[in-house]
Structures are given as C-alpha cells and as structure tokens.
Design a protein around this ligand. Structure first.
Ligand code: MG
Length: 158
C-alpha cells in the first residue's frame, strides 16, 4: 500500500467561474489558473501522483502546454486515474479538505463527492470532502484564495 498527500492553493480572481471538486459554485469570484483552477481536484491529482512516487501533476500537465488552457480538471483527474491503473495501482480511499473563508461549501459538498467519486471510479463513501475556515489567518483567512489538501490510499492491483 501507499499513501499520497496533495496540497494546492489558487488565488481568487474576478470574472472567473469558481469550480471546486468539479462543481460550479455560485460566487462573485473564481480562481486564477491555467486550467479551470479547480484547487480541490488538483490536490487530489497530486496526492495520487505522489502515492505513485511519480512526481507531481505539473510534470504530467505542464502549464506551458496550450492543450491544458481552461482544461476541465475533472477530465485531467480521469487521465491521472487511467495512468495510475496502467501503472498497476488501485485506489482504496481518498479524503480532502478545503480551506477558505467563503463561500459556504456545505450545500455543495455531496455534489463534489459524487463528481470526484465518479471520476475516480470509487464508491461515494470512499471519497471525503470537507471545508474549514482558517479563522481569518493567512491568505485564505483574508479571503485572497482557496487552499486544498488531499490524501489517498493506493494498493497494488490484483
Ligand atoms: Mg493547481
């Protein structure tokens, strides 16, 4: 078995969609980034790639490659899962946490879990999503952006 930890941060930016865990969350700002800037899905991909000891998602999807301009991170996640399976691994469990002051995540949490579980090919109860504020501290506390952490457990397939 292997564990992998992923972490990502994106800054808020006006005039962009806010996509978290593959779900469009209504808010007056979105996240800045080359793809759809889905910080939660990015952390999850990094956790998987890290558990494979294959570096990070920057190596798989370079932000200098125009193919990934405004790319759907959920589609990139599907690609990571295919790569992981081809490398002889299967996912056992995944848990994630978002750090942000607003918007409130609770109404969208189960939709995010469903979307991520679908892309991961895992049952819903194997995928956790939760959110926390950082009590006004740091960049997330000042509402400048969103941070996400993810942890996954992989095992050798077969
Ligand atoms: Mg990112």
């Amino acid at each position: 078995m292997r564990i992998g930890l992923g972490y990502d941060v994106h800054a808020f930016s006006p005039g962009r969609r806010l996509v978290l865990g593959g779900v469009d969350v209504p808010f007056e700002r979105g996240l800045e980034g080359h793809s759809d800037a889905d910080v939660l899905t990015h952390a999850l991909m990094d956790a998987i790639v890290s558990a494979m000891r294959a570096g990070d998602i920057g190596a798989l999807f370079p932000d200098t490659d125009p193919v990934y301009q405004d790319a759907s991170s959920i589609e990139l996640l599907r690609h990571v899962v295919e790569t992981m399976r081809a490398d002889g691994w299967e996912l056992v469990d995944a848990d994630t946490v978002l750090a942000l002051e607003e918007p409130r995540i609770a109404p969208y949490r189960d939709a995010m879990r469903e979307r991520l579980a679908g892309a991961l090919g895992m049952p819903l109860d194997a995928v956790g999503v939760k959110a926390t504020t950082t009590e006004g501290l740091g960049a997330t506390g000042r509402g400048e952006g969103v941070a996400a952490m993810a942890v996954v457990l992989l095992r050798r397939a077969g």
